[in-house]
Design a protein around this ligand. Sequence first.
Ligand code: TXA
Ligand code: MG
Length: 349
Amino acid sequence: MKTKYYDFREIINEADLNEIIKAYNNGEIIAFPTETVYGLGANIHDDEAILRIYKAKNRPSDNPLIAHIGNIDQLDSLVKVVPEKAKLLMDAFWPGPLTIIFKKNNDISQIATAGLEAIGVRMPDHPVIETILVKGNLILVAPSANLSGSPSPTTMKHVSADLDSLIYGIIDGGNCEEGIESTIIDLTDEIPTILRPGTITKEDIEYEIGKIKFDESLIGTSALIAKAPGMKYKHYAPKAKVYIIENRNKTDLILLEITKKKMNINKCALICFDENLKNYEKINIPHKFSLGSLTNLKYGIRNLFRILRDCDILGIENIFIESYNEVGLGFSYMNRLKKAANQNYLKEI
Ligand code: TXA
Ligand code: MG
C-alpha cells in the first residue's frame, strides 16, 4: 500500500481534511499528531479497521486502545457514568495528556477494548486531531503509531520509519510537545490508581481529587501483573543495549564496561544532562546526546524517545544514559527509561 502523506504543520488544508474524515469513515487507518506522541487512529465503530491497527503494529490482541474524543458530549456514548472525580479531572486537564479509565457502555467494540469492561478515554490537546474529531464528529481509537515494542513516535518521520506502506496515511503535525504517552488514571476502583505515569504527575492529580495511588506494578521491580495490559510488554526499546547510569560521575564504570564487553566505542552513545557532561570528559565517546538541564526535565522527557530512535539510525550498539530522582516528573522519566533498558543498571563490581 502506498501511504499518503498530509502536511498540516502550518495550515490544516480543507480539502485534505475532508479526504481524511472520509477515509476514517471508510475504514482506513491513519496516523495523527497529538501533544504526547503520534497515534494510529481508526473509527471506533469499525471493527475491521480496528483489527487492521493490531495487524499493522503487530500488537497483542489483549492490549486495549484508548478512545480519542474532540468534545465532552462524545463521552456519553462511551461510558455508563461519569464519576464526580472524573469531572474534576476533566475540568482541570482536558484537553490534555490524561487518559481516564471508565466503566464502558455495553455496545462498545470488544476488539478495541480487548474484552475488558472498561474503556480509556482522552481528549488530546493538538489543533490537528482536535479539528478532525470535531469536524468529522468522529471518535477514534488509537494506540501510539509505532511498531509494538519500539519507542513511541514523536515526529512524522518516526511513524514513517515504522509504518510506511502498512497504513493508509500519515498526518504531519510537527514535533510532539510532551514526548511521552499520556498519564492513565483508573477511576473504576475505590481508590483512583495511576496505571501509567506521564507528564501530568501524581501530585498534579492529587491536588485536584485528593489521595490516589500508583498501580503496584509501577513500584519497584515488582513482577505483579499490570492493570494496563500494555504495561507488561517490553517497551520503548531501541535496538541498542541500554545501561542506566545511577549516579553521576561513573566514568570509570563505563570505561570498564566498554573494555570488558569489547564494545566498539564508535558505536556507543552517552545520553546525559548538561550539568554532568563535564564528568565524562575522560571517555572518548563520539556520540553524546543532551537531555537538557537537570532543572528542566520536561525537555529531557520531550526528547527521550527521539534520542533513542536517533541512536538506532546511527547504528548505536550500546547506550549509557543518566537516571533521575524518581519523584514527580522523574518518576515518569524513569518508568520509560527502565523499560527501554529492560531494568539494566550499570553495576559496581
Ligand atoms: O498519549 C497517549 O495515550 C497515546 C496517544 C496516541 O493518545 N496513546 C497511547 O496508546 O499511548 P497505547 O495504545 O500505546 O497505550 C495505551 C495504554 C496501554 O498500556 C493499554 O494497555 C492501556 O493504555 N489501556 C487502554 N485501555 C485500557 C483499559 N480499558 N484498562 C486498562 N488499561 C488500558
Ligand atoms: Mg504504545
